[in-house]
Design a protein around this ligand. Structure first.
Ligand SMILES: Cc1cc2nc3c(=O)[nH]c(=O)nc-3n(C[C@H](O)[C@H](O)[C@H](O)COP(=O)(O)O)c2cc1C
Ligand code: SF4
Length: 465
C-alpha cells in the first residue's frame, strides 16, 4: 500500500482510523478512475466476482456490519429479506440523500473517492442478484452529481459496469437519479416513489419492506453510501476480522461529523466504541470555544434526542458517569436514551438558548413534513407556532405542556419515522431543559414582552439578538 500523506491542516488525529475516508483530503489523490485503479481499486471487485453471491452475503453477515443511514439495521440480514425463489428483477439503491441536519459524510466520499462507492455498490449488487442499481442523490449536490456521473461513465468504459463485467458473465447498469430536494426523500420508501416519478409519500411498512416489495413492486435493497463503502471494507478485511474491530454489536469504523460549538468542527473516522464523547469533543475537536463550556449534545443528527452535558448518568454497573464518558457506539449511546443515528454530532455551548435551538429544528420539520398524515402535517406547524410565540414573548402559561402534548400526539402515530424524528427533539428538549421553556412562558415574559424584566430574562436565556 502506497504511503499516504494528507493535505496540510487535514491530517487525521492520532485517535482516528481512516478506512472509508482513507483518500479524503489525501495529498495527490483525485476522484479519477486512473487514480483509484493505481491505488489498487477494483481488485476487490475482480475477487468478489469469482465468489458465489451467497459467500459474499455470508461474509457481510459474519462481519456484523450495521447500516450507517440512521437506523443501524444489520446489512447482511437485510439482504436476506429478498424472498426466496423470487423471479422478479432485484434492484439496489444507494441512498445518497444525506438530508439529516448535522450529517455531512457521504458527500465527501462522492466528491473525493466516488469509485470506492461504485466498487462497493457493484459487489453488493452482485451479492443480492441485482442487475440494475440507482444512486439516488439529493438535488443540493450539483457538483457531486457531475463527479458521480463521470465516475459511472468511466467505470462502464473499463467494463466494471455494463455487460459481462470483467468476463464474469455478470451484467449491471447503475444510473444516477437526482431528487428534487426534500428531506423526506431520504426515507427509503419515499425515495422509491420519487424514482418511480410519484409524489414522494412514504409507503406503509410493515408488513412489506422494500427488500420484498420495493421499486416497481420488485425486491429492492436500499443502503446508505457509507454502508456500501463498508461492504468493500468487509471484502478487504474478511467478515471475521471486521467483526473484531470495535464495539462487538456495531463493529467497524464510524464517520462522525461534528458541527457547532467546538474549536475544530469537521469529520472524524474512528473505530466504533474506541473513544468517548469527552475524547471526541475535547481532544479531536479541541474543546469548547474560548471562555465557554459544553451545554448539550445532539449525538446522531437532528432527530436524535439531545443530551445534557451536566447530567449525572449511571453506568451499567451502577457507578456514576457523565455524558463525556459515553463511548461512541450504537449501544452505548442507546443505553443513555439517545442514538448515534447518522453520525452527525451537533454541539451546543452555554451561549445557546435551547428554546431557540428547538425553534430552529421545528422550522425545519414543519417545512419538510410531506403532509400525508394529519398528526405530522398539522402537528409540526403547531409546534413551530408554539416555540415562535415563546420566543416572541407571547406564550401563555401552560404552553410548555401543550408543546410536549403536541409532540406526544405525533410520535408513533404516523406512516413513517419522520413522526418520531420531528417529535423526539421537542420531547427531549423539554425533558432536559424544561426550566428554559418555562421561563419563557411565565406571565412576566408572556404578558409584558417589552418590559425590562422580560428583556433581562431573554438576555439571560441568550436569545436577545
Ligand atoms: C425522515 C427520514 C429521512 C432519512 N434520510 C436518510 C438519508 O438522508 N440517508 C440515508 O442513508 N438514510 C436515510 N434514512 C433512512 C433510510 O430510510 C434507510 O433506512 C437507509 O437508507 C438504509 O440504509 P442502511 O441500512 O445502509 O443504513 C431516513 C429515514 C427517515 C425516516
Ligand atoms: S410522518 Fe410526516 S413525513 Fe412521514 S408520511 Fe406522515 S406526513 Fe409524511
Amino acid at each position: 500500500m502506497s504511503k499516504i500523506n494528507y493535505l496540510p491542516g487535514k491530517e487525521p488525529h492520532p485517535s482516528e482510523t481512516r478506512r472509508i475516508f482513507r483518500n479524503v483530503d489525501r495529498e495527490g489523490y483525485n476522484p479519477s478512475i486512473e487514480c483509484f485503479i493505481e491505488d489498487g481499486g477494483y481488485k476487490l471487485l475482480a475477487d468478489a466476482l469469482k465468489k458465489q453471491p451467497s459467500e459474499i452475503i455470508d461474509e457481510v453477515k459474519k462481519s456484523g456490519l450495521r447500516g450507517r443511514g440512521g437506523a443501524g439495521f444489520p446489512t447482511g440480514v437485510k439482504w436476506t429479506f429478498i424472498p426466496r425463489g423470487n423471479t422478479k428483477p432485484v434492484y439496489l439503491i444507494c441512498n445518497c440523500d444525506e438530508s439529516e441536519p448535522g450529517t455531512f459524510k457521504d458527500r465527501f466520499v462522492v466528491h473525493q473517492d466516488p469509485h470506492q462507492l461504485i466498487e462497493g455498490m457493484i459487489i453488493s449488487c452482485f451479492a443480492v442478484g441485482a442487475h440494475f442499481g440507482v444512486v439516488y442523490m439529493r438535488e443540493e449536490f450539483p457538483e457531486a452529481a457531475k463527479i458521480m456521473q463521470k465516475a459511472l461513465d468511466d467505470a462502464k468504459s473499463k467494463n466494471f459496469l455494463g455487460k459481462d463485467i470483467l468476463g464474469s458473465g455478470f451484467d449491471l447498469e447503475i444510473i444516477l437519479h437526482r431528487g428534487a430536494g426534500a428531506y423526506i426523500c431520504g426515507e427509503e420508501t419515499s425515495l422509491i416513489n420519487s424514482i418511480e416519478g410519484l409524489r414522494p409519500y412514504p409507503r406503509i411498512k410493515p408488513p412489506f419492506f422494500p427488500a420484498a416489495i420495493g421499486l416497481y413492486g420488485c425486491p429492492t435493497i436500499v443502503n446508505n453510501v457509507e454502508s456500501l463503502c463498508q461492504v468493500r471494507q468487509v471484502m478487504e478485511m474478511g467478515g471475521e476480522v471486521f467483526a473484531q474491530t470495535g464495539a462487538p454489536r456495531s463493529p467497524g469504523t464510524r464517520i462522525i461529523g461534528v458541527s457547532g460549538d467546538v474549536k475544530r468542527p469537521g469529520y472524524y473516522e474512528v473505530v466504533s466504541g474506541s473513544i468517548t464523547f469527552g475524547e471526541l469533543l475535547n481532544d479531536l475537536c479541541g474543546g469548547p470555544k474560548e471562555g465557554r463550556s459544553f451545554k448539550a449534545i445532539i449525538p446522531g443528527g437532528s432527530s436524535s434526542k439531545v443530551m445534557r452535558c451536566d447530567a449525572q448518568l449511571k453506568a451499567a454497573n451502577g457507578s456514576p458517569m457523565s455524558v463525556f464518558d459515553i463511548a461512541l457506539d450504537l449501544d452505548s449511546i442507546a443505553a443513555h436514551g439517545s442514538m448515534s443515528g447518522s453520525g452527525g454530532v451537533i454541539v451546543m455551548d452555554d451561549s445557546r438558548s435551547m428554546p431557540k435551538v428547538l425553534n430552529n429544528l421545528n422550522r425545519f420539520y414543519a417545512w419538510e413534513s410531506c403532509g400525508q398524515c394529519t398528526p405530522c402535517r398539522e402537528g409540526n406547524p403547531w409546534m413551530l407556532k408554539l416555540t415562535n410565540r415563546m420566543l416572541s414573548g407571547n406564550a401563555a402559561p401552560g404552553d410548555v405542556d401543550l408543546l410536549k402534548d403536541v409532540a406526544d400526539q405525533i410520535c408513533g402515530k404516523t406512516v413513517c419515522a419522520f413522526g418520531e424524528a420531528c417529535a423526539w427533539p421537542t420531547q427531549a428538549f423539554i425533558a432536559k431543559f424544561r426550566e428554559e421553556f418555562v421561563a419563557l412562558t411565565e406571565p412576566i415574559n408572556a404578558l409584558k414582552p417589552h418590559s425590562d424584566e422580560a428583556r433581562a430574562a431573554r438576555q439571560f436565556l441568550g436569545r436577545e439578538d
